[in-house]
Design a protein around this ligand. Sequence first.
Ligand SMILES: Nc1ncnc2c1ncn2[C@@H]1O[C@H](COP(=O)(O)OP(=O)(O)O)[C@@H](O)[C@H]1O
Ligand SMILES: Cc1cn([C@H]2C[C@H](O)[C@@H](COP(=O)(O)OP(=O)(O)O)O2)c(=O)[nH]c1=O
Length: 202
Amino acid sequence: MASGKFITFEGIDGAGKSTHIAYVASLLHDRNITVITTREPGGTTLGEKLRELLLHEKMHLETEAMLMFAARREHLAQVIDPALQRGDWVISDRFSDASFAYQGGGRQLERRKLEELEKWVHPHLQPDLTLLFDVPLEVARARLDASRELDKFEQEKADFFSAVRQEYLRRAAEFPNRFRVIDSTKSIAEVHKELEGIISSI
Ligand SMILES: Nc1ncnc2c1ncn2[C@@H]1O[C@H](COP(=O)(O)OP(=O)(O)O)[C@@H](O)[C@H]1O
Ligand SMILES: Cc1cn([C@H]2C[C@H](O)[C@@H](COP(=O)(O)OP(=O)(O)O)O2)c(=O)[nH]c1=O
């Protein structure tokens, strides 16, 4: 059975993920690979409705975690699994590592509960490659302040983002085979160079 590759982009808000997704997609197009770019929470009609709620409504932490995984379930069923089965590649702006980093690291939901949700929603699938865009909080914050209106998560305090970043880095160390940590304080051109190297080797 044909199987495409699944690439996820992760990092704290303002790290630069969105800036680099189109570039990675263009590198794959150059290799004649059909690539779908999508995002979480979101990626489907229902998922985008859940995203609106998740980014703007206050809710219990466990509700938030379950809705993230509910949106992900739909995303897998409607978009990710069919694309990979066709042999297309999928690039997702965030996936389950974000739940471990934000609901787990940032909001301190027990990791065991997130692992249970993960086992339920995607017991057999993990990304082939996870690009973690890593920057100190002050750099990310300065970029966000310069660029847009802040949503519920983006309005969190420095301690929250520090915990999110630490959990991302912890996971990168736990799963070294699929994670690549990118120093996103470098210029956009330098990050592009590094991405070219990574993408040419998969
Ligand atoms: N390496 C970089 N150097 C300088 N500015 C950057 C860099 N990467 C991203 N930016 C800028 O930072 C802001 C936030 O980037 P974005 O890609 O939207 O972050 P994210 O998707 O990770 O939240 C944007 O205005 C973007 O142009
Ligand atoms: C996928 C996911 C995202 N999030 C948060 C992280 C982000 O703050 C927010 C939306 O992510 P993102 O799309 O990166 O925001 P933007 O388009 O504004 O850059 O959702 C979680 O808390 N848990 C999750 O599982």
